[in-house]
Every structure is written in C-alpha cells, then in structure tokens.
Design a protein around this ligand. Structure first.
Ligand code: SF4
Length: 574
C-alpha cells in the first residue's frame, strides 16, 4: 500500500483489514484531540458499549507532528471512555506520533473487535504500509517486557505503543503506553479515561512504527517555517524555563496553596511534603545517575526525569507531580523513593497513576488498608495483574473502588478521579472539572490562581479550555506554552495561507462543542456538570474552602465569549 501525505489509516479488528485513505481536506487543520473528537462525533455511536466493537480507538498526531516545530510531537489517544461513558482524549509523549507523521499518517482509526476475545494482535506501520500481525505470545506481558520483546523484533529506530495487563483486563484505569525517544522504556502514558481498556478490548496489544529513512515533514512555506521554529525554540530556552527540574517541583507550591491532596483529600497539605519534595528527586540525579531528558525528538523543554535507585540502577522515568500527589500524599506515603516504585508498577501494568492513587486512597479511608502502607500498596498491583476482585476494583478506578468498599467519599467527576490540583481553593479549575466533557482533567484547563473572583471563573475556565484544545490539536506539548498566535502562524506557514485569530479560536471552540455534543448524545445533561458532594461540603485549608461556584457560573462556561486579545499574545512567533 503506497503512502502519500496526509493519510488516515483505518484498522478494522472485526475484518482484520487495514486500509488508508486521504485525510479529508476540510480536516487539514484538525489533528490530535481536535481530530479524534471530530471522528468520534461523526463516526461513533455515542451510546455504544465503550468496550464493544462499535467504539473507535483513535491514535492521532497533531497538525505539526513530524515537523521541525519544537516540542510538537504529542500523540492523542481518543475513544468513548469506559471510565466516564463520555468522550475522552489523553495525550502522551514519546516518538510514535513523530514517526507516524513522517510516514504520512495523521491518525490511525481502530474499529471492530476480534471474534476471539483471547486473541492478541499487533499493528506494524512502516514505509511499505501497515498490517496486522498475531501477537498471542505477548498476551498478559507487562509493558516493559512487551517492549523488550518488540525491540528484538523491530529496528533500533522503531517506536512502540502498547497496553499492559490492565488494558487487556479492560480496566477503567488502564493507560496506553508509548516508548520514549532515548530508550525502549514504555514510560510515556496516555493515562486518563481508560484508553488502555479500549485498546485491550480491541485485542490490540501493540503498534510498532518503523520510521525508516523518512525525514521531517516539509511545510508549504518551508524556510519561513524553519525560521519560526528556531525562533520559537530559542524563546523558550532564553526564558525562565519553569520545567527545567521537571513537574515534580510543583509539590511545595501545591502544599502552600492547600492543593496537595492528602488522605483522600481530607486535607490539602501533607506532613510528608519535605520527603515528597520534587527538588530531592532532581538532586538525586547527580548522586545516583539518571537525569533530565526530552521524551520525544525535537522537545527543547526536557521536563522528563529518568530516576535511579540508591545503587544507581534505572528505576522509572517521568516521575511526575501528579504521581507524587496522588500515589504519594493522597495515600499518605512518606517518601518519593517509594512513589517512584509505585510509578514503575503503574507503568508496568499500564495504569493511570492519578486514577490508581485516587482509588487506593479510597480503599485506605474505607479502612481496608493502612495509610501509607507501601508494601500493601505494592501487593495490590499483583492483585490487579491477576484480576482478583479487589484488583479489578482498584484497577477500575476511584468510582469502582468506592462501589467495592461502599465508601461514600469518592472525589470524581463524571466517573473520573479528580487530579491533584484541588477545586476548592482553585475554583476556576473546579469549573473546568465540572464542565469539561472529559470529567475531572487538569489538562483540559488548569488555572492556578487562588481567590479568583466568582464573576471571573466562567470566562477564565472557558478561555483556558479553548486555548488547551487548540494546543492539543497542534501536537505541541503544553509545557512549551504556545499561544494561539504562535500556533496559527505555524499553521499558516504549514499550509501556505494566513490563519486568522478568529479561525484559530473557532478551531478550539469547535473541539469543545464536538465533545459536549458527543456527551449529550451519550445521555449526559447539565446535571452531570457538578463536583462530588465531598468537594461541596468538606472544607480544606485555613479559609475552609469548599467548592461553591453557583450553577449559573458553571452553565456560563458553555456560553461562548470572545477570547481576550492578551491571550493570543505572540510569545515567540512575532
Ligand atoms: S516538555 Fe516534557 S512532557 Fe512535554 S514533550 Fe518535552 S519532555 Fe515530554
């Protein structure tokens, strides 16, 4: 099958067929989350069983994937979520999206389901085309072992996407893992919403992408695009570089603003803040080895850490703030070294660290496990891999664990656990959690301003959700902080015509509309745009904050307002 840019790859797991087709011209500026949400709205029955053959699983690179735009190779994974029952997109680093784009593919759309639920398959994508292959030998393998085996089968340049045992067991907390650019480790996860369970339900154990001799994609205005890319990368390097030590340094700040979830969010500050402090992790790199790196080719931010144990052996990678918060403070775990072990176990099974930490904290508050009991926590992962009743509850996420234990305090929105940043002091972030079609998700629109006036919360949440949706469609990592102006100017050089501010704002808004419409068809109503009871009644911090934004404010998030001009603010692309 010949490849000509830009293509969609259609994989039907019922018919065992693989076909490519040109990306519709109207979708030229749709990539990543924008593309997966549009395909789901147009082609997927919103009332379908998320784990059945009618659901679609979409792997989509951004519009700028595979180009010289710095830090623009994220991979979006989209589907109807088994966790929420609504639309979902989670994105990850690693090189698969870069490689797919260089081969000419904007997205892979996986439909159907194999007749034999015990069969496993892999998808190979290379310069010759794409094909399904048997992968029964990888059944039940943990993700590191899976990628070690794949590394024996494919070239050194190949990148891999896979699910772990949690995905194969179709658990709601299952993630999709991507290998990072330096090693074969499956450390970059599209964590949220159970995308790994959808992959497992499709019988798809892995995708292997061989870039071969492909080169970076060329833009229509190539020289201008390259010059812009250089300027954009330099602007980040010359700036304050807030992620130079990784996201883990957010622990102290979150603690100060009472937004470090502690003991199933009974408190917003942890007595272990100094031993969970991300600065210790950064300092350990000099003594133990490891270091900071870029998880995908072309990233200039390099926020990703490689963490070693006290003997200098590799332990895990990309130990993130959210993981320290949810598997650390929220479970009352004392030391970051233990959280690193738990992070590795989540990566090995293919589990979202946020959902899993939230689930274990519920188990602990329900009295079924001692707070901070790391050994028992580790044992839980083997229960998950074996698929025991307890393991399925934990791997199924916060709501499943609440159901299993009968515990009433379940901090989740639309079925998805609330991430670290707490909606009680951060009310505009709470507005995002309540109104995003994807449930509680900080990547949908995080605002770290405490004490924001109530009358500003709807506008700020909406704006942030639009800006993030624009970014998620481009392939840029949010950590390089592209503004809508940056992205529209890159797009303009990419396609050879000017993209206006109105057009880029419309693109972002349309993503939100597509997602809300999918959820409406799935049966969601305004009654679902709420935070759980415990966030409304249980105070946190010295101001006894509860989430108290009125329903009118939350409804107003979905009423379109113009983006304020300063939000476009050309940062690097001027
Ligand atoms: S900024 Fe961090 S998460 Fe984003 S692409 Fe770079 S290394 Fe990966």
């Amino acid at each position: 099958m010949a490849v000509s840019p830009v293509q969609l790859l259609r994989v039907d797991m019922s018919r065992m067929s693989v076909e490519s087709e040109p990306l519709p011209e109207a979708w030229t500026l749709l990539g990543g989350r924008a593309l997966s949400s549009r395909i789901l709205l147009e082609e997927c029955d919103a009332t379908c069983d998320p784990l059945g053959p009618e659901n679609l699983l979409i792997f989509a690179g951004g519009v700028l994937g595979g180009t010289a735009a710095p830090t623009s190779g994220r991979l979006s994974v989209g589907a109807k979520s088994p966790l929420t029952g609504g639309i979902k997109e989670a994105n990850a680093g690693g090189n698969p999206a870069q490689h797919l784009a260089r081969l000419g593919y904007r997205a892979i759309v996986v439909s159907g389901q194999p007749a034999d639920p015990d069969a496993r398959f892999g998808l190979e994508v290379d310069e010759q085309g794409a094909r399904l292959v048997a992968a029964d030998e990888l059944k039940g393998l943990w993700t590191y072992a899976t990628c070690e085996r794949l590394a024996e089968l494919y070239s050194k340049q190949a990148s891999f996407i896979c699910c772990g045992p949690a995905g194969e067991l179709r658990l709601g907390g299952a993630s999709v893992a991507c290998t990072d650019q330096e090693s074969r480790h499956p450390t970059r996860h599209a964590g949220r919403g159970g995308m790994g369970a959808v992959m497992g339900a499709k019988g798809l154990k892995f995708v292997a992408v061989e870039p071969g001799k492909t080169r970076l994609r060329r833009a229509a205005q190539h020289e201008e695009f390259l010059a812009l890319g250089k300027k954009f990368g330099r602007a980040y390097r010359d700036g304050p570089q807030p992620f130079a030590k990784g996201t883990v340094v957010g622990v102290q700040f979150a603690n100060v603003i009472h937004s470090l979830p502690t003991r199933n969010r009974i408190a917003g500050q942890s007595s272990h803040v100094d031993t969970l402090d991300g600065n210790l992790i950064y300092e350990s790199l000099a003594e133990r080895g490891g270091g900071m790196h870029n998880c995908l080719t072309g990233c200039v931010v390099q926020c990703s850490n490689v963490v070693h144990d006290a003997e200098g052996n590799y332990k895990t990678s990309a130990l993130e703030f959210e993981t320290l918060a949810l598997l650390g403070a929220n479970c009352d775990v004392e030391h970051w070294d233990d959280v690193a072990d738990l992070d590795r176990l989540c990566d090995e099974l293919g589990l979202d660290t946020i959902e899993t930490g939230a689930a274990i904290a519920i188990l602990m508050e329900a009295g079924r496990m001692k707070w901070g009991d790391v050994d028992s926590m580790k044992a839980l992962f083997y229960e998950i891999a074996e698929g025991s009743e307890l393991g399925r509850a934990i791997g199924g996420g916060a709501v499943a664990t609440g159901r299993y234990t009968g515990h009433h305090r379940v901090p989740a929105v639309k079925g998805q656990a609330i991430p670290a940043w707490d909606p009680r002091p951060l009310k505009a972030t709470g507005a995002t959690y309540a109104t995003s079609a994807m449930g509680a998700d900080h990547t949908a629109g995080l605002l770290l301003e405490t004490g924001m006036p109530v009358e500003d919360c709807a506008q700020h949440s909406q704006e942030k959700q639009i800006v993030n949706a624009i970014c998620d469609g481009s392939g840029f990592c949010e950590f390089i902080g592209p503004t809508p102006d940056d992205i529209r100017i890159f797009y303009g050089f990419m396609i050879g015509r000017e993209v206006s501010r109105e057009e880029i704002a419309d693109l972002g808004w349309q993503v939100l509309e597509d997602e809300w419409e999918f959820n409406r068809r799935a049966g969601f109503t305004v009654a679902d745009d709420v935070l759980p009871e415990c966030m409304l009644t249980d105070p946190v911090g010295p101001a006894s904050d509860v989430f108290d934004l009125p329903a009118e404010v939350l409804a107003d998030v979905k009423v379109r307002k113009p983006l304020r001009p300063e939000l476009f603010s050309i940062k690097a692309a001027g």
